[in-house]
Design a protein around this ligand. Sequence first.
Ligand SMILES: [Zn+2]
Length: 236
Amino acid sequence: MIIYTDSHCHITANLNKSTPVLGRICNACQESQWEQLTSLANDKNFVCLGIHPWFVNDLSAGWDKKLYTLLVKNPKLMIGEIGLDKYHPWPDIQETVFITQMELAYNLNRPVHIHCVGAWERFLHILKELGTRVPLLTVVHSFNGDVAKIPDFIKKYNMYFSFSGKQLERFDSGTAKRIQAVPNNRILIESDTETESKELSELNKALVGISKTKEISQDVLSEQIYQNFQRVTQND
Ligand SMILES: [Zn+2]
C-alpha cells in the first residue's frame, strides 16, 4: 500500500476530508495568511508560519512580534517558508528577515522549512554565524544544494531534504545525484501546490521518480517517507 505525505504545500483552505494524503505541511508566504493557516492546524495539517523571501518588502511594523505571539500561543506550529532567493530583489532585507526568523526558531525550539535558490553560500554563511544557535530541525524544500555537503547538513543542522513533483518531472542528472546521496531516512516528498486537487498527482510524480532513482519499491519508499514525515512533525 502506498502512503502519501506532503512535506511542503501552500494549501490554505477547502480541505477535502477524503483525500488519501495522510498528512501535509502547509507553509505560509506572507503575514496576511497567518491567521487563516493557524486555524487549519490539526493532527493532519501541520502549519508553518513565516515570511517567504519573495515577500520581504511587504512587512508591517511589528511583524516579528506578531509571529512570536502566534507561535507562543500555538506550540505545534513550525516556521516556514523562510530563506533566500538570488533571483528575487532586496537581498539585504531577505537576509535580515531570514535571520530574525532563524533566531525565533532557535528561541522557541521550532523546526524551520527552508527555501534556498541560488543562495547556498549566503545561507551557509548565515548558519555559520549563528553557531550553535540553530533550529532543532531543518527541512529544505525542493532541495537543489551541493551533494557533497549533505552529510554535514545532517550532522550540523538535523536536515531533511524534500523533492517536488516538478523536480522529478524535469529530472536531470543533478536531481538524480541528490536523490541518491540523501539517506533514505532523510528524504521527503512535496507537492508545492496551492491547489488541493493537484496535490496527489504531484506527490505521485515525486514518489515514482525517487522510487526509480533509488531502486526501492513505491510501497517501501512511501512507508519510509511517512516515518520521516512523522519525525519532522512530531519533533522527536
Ligand atoms: Zn513553497
